[in-house]
Design a protein around this ligand. Sequence first.
Ligand SMILES: [Zn+2]
Length: 340
Amino acid sequence: MSRAFQSLLPLSRHRIDRDHVSRANAALLDERWHGPEARVLVLHRGQALAIAGANPADYDGFGPKPTVAVHPRLDLRSPADLPDSVVRHLASGGVRLYLGFGLDDSDDLPAGAPVFAISVTDAGASALETPGSSWLNLRMVAADLDDVGAGIFTEALAMVNWHTTHTHCPRCGEATVVESGGWVRRCPREDIELFPRTDPAVIVGIVDHDDRILLGSNALWENNRYSLLAGFVEPGESLEAAAIREIAEESGVIIDDPEYVGSQPWPFPASLMVGFMARVSEEHPAALRPDGDEILDLRWFTREQLADPASDVLLPGAASIARAIIERWYGGPLPEPEKQ
Ligand SMILES: [Zn+2]
């Protein structure tokens, strides 16, 4: 893995100590929540309360990104400043997540300040909004946030998504209770602990013997949008085996020895994208065969084709590991805005 490559992945950045040892101490977390340095990130329907920036709620992270007029910053508030309706929501079963503490001084967060995250209802969201605030979509702003903001938003969203879908025990159906600063849900009937989960997916930059890269157009996208092939790791399967299987299924292409290049959390809702590079097998050259279900079209691209200003091919957005892998192969940032 290249550390330089990893540093290019917007959602992999973090400047928070997750402070595992404090999670089990409920009294300590209460004390920190009420302390003067505490900050809380508020999420609503997967978006974060922020200061400035554009906010198209339906932006999916691909295609032309709406202009962000002002550099966005998370609106990290003191818990003491939360509206009464939000405080009541938390007291009646709302989840309060302890994310950790800031590692160094930044504009938004002093070093050592404890950081929490909460998710609010529509009414709570309305009560929190101010003339300068807006709700930001992580996929849209990840590349524009600083390391502190990107890390907090990514961690908070991943955890909120887990809580949203794991309110009950998967074994017996009993309602679970939140413990350890939000990092555990316990089934009271069976007295078992349930931990947050992440679903690994592999994504592969495939090059042929002419050093062209393989991109596919997904059935869910517009016709001229292309990205790397990717898919979920199945139970009982290694990352490498998943990469080889997914590529063969989606394209008919056989690859040799996929090599790990880096990973990025992708909390939409619960993925970890594990990036690989691979070459087409010399022993098993195969014609491109889109699966016709997920992938409708496949093309080999040269660097000149992707950089061509006359091309109408749309590439993945700046927040994605797909973009970073394509640019790693390309040798630098690809031109924008035509390609973004
Ligand atoms: Zn149970």
